[in-house]
Design a protein around this ligand. Structure first.
Ligand code: CA
Length: 222
């Protein structure tokens, strides 16, 4: 999953970028509200974390412009402590959730997981479930019938994306746009390698290849 973080306080941004990276998210970071208006609407983010006090353009204005332009990406707003007016305004102009500073990184992680599942119409169980598999996003492990299967970090990222988009045809370029940040070099052959690793671990039928179109996860599972 690829996230946009809009936060002008550099130490906090640094901390969040590394925490989110460890949790398997690809993160693009911006500090200026005007840049955020453009980039949030032009890149295919799965979720946006938006600070409200920003240089360039206030976060509330950024969010208003995104929603006016039809952007439906889930947005989690970061607000200052005690600022209930900001929280209310944020929710009114289309925030999906908010978190008050200072917060524990784990709370942000859990809210992000919940928002991503909700956006996909999935129930918020302790584990992400699809095609008979249970993915523990905190531990980054997958299990089937209670049996744990180890994953590398790249396999975890790819499997999480598949499990949030079951029975959908996903092209290699779509997958690489959502699994790598804007700075990373995107090589869609790498996706193929990880798909093959997942098939070896989880069984061939879990991920089908649709020639010329892409991959389909969980389409024919017993
Ligand atoms: Ca700020």
């Amino acid at each position: 999953m690829r996230l946009l973080l809009v936060e002008d306080h550099v130490p906090l941004a640094d901390e969040l970028i590394s925490a989110l990276g460890r949790q398997g998210y690809a993160v693009d970071w911006l500090a200026d509200g005007r840049d955020a208006v453009y980039q949030g609407a032009s890149e295919p983010y799965d979720l946006i974390v938006l600070d409200l006090g920003l240089p360039g353009l206030p976060g509330l204005e950024v969010l208003k412009q995104w929603r006016a332009g039809g952007l439906s990406t889930p947005v989690l707003v970061l607000t200052a402590r005690g600022s209930w007016a900001e929280r209310i305004e944020g929710l009114k102009v289309g925030a999906d959730d908010y978190l008050t500073k200072p917060f524990h990184p784990e709370e942000l992680q859990l809210r992000i997981q919940a928002l991503l599942r909700r956006a996909r119409g999935l129930a918020n169980h302790p584990t992400l479930q699809a095609a008979g598999l249970h993915l523990d996003e905190g531990r980054q492990t997958v299990s089937r019938d209670g049996l744990a299967i180890q994953l590398t970090s790249a396999e975890f990222r790819l499997l999480r994306y598949f499990m949030l988009h079951p029975e959908q045809i996903l092209s290699k370029s779509h997958l690489s746009e959502h699994l790598y940040d804007g700075e990373s070099e995107r090589d869609s052959n790498v996706i193929e390698v990880h798909v093959n690793h997942l098939r070896r671990k989880l069984g061939k039928t879990v991920i089908e290849t649709r020639r010329g179109q892409g991959y389909l996860f969980g389409g024919q599972v017993a």
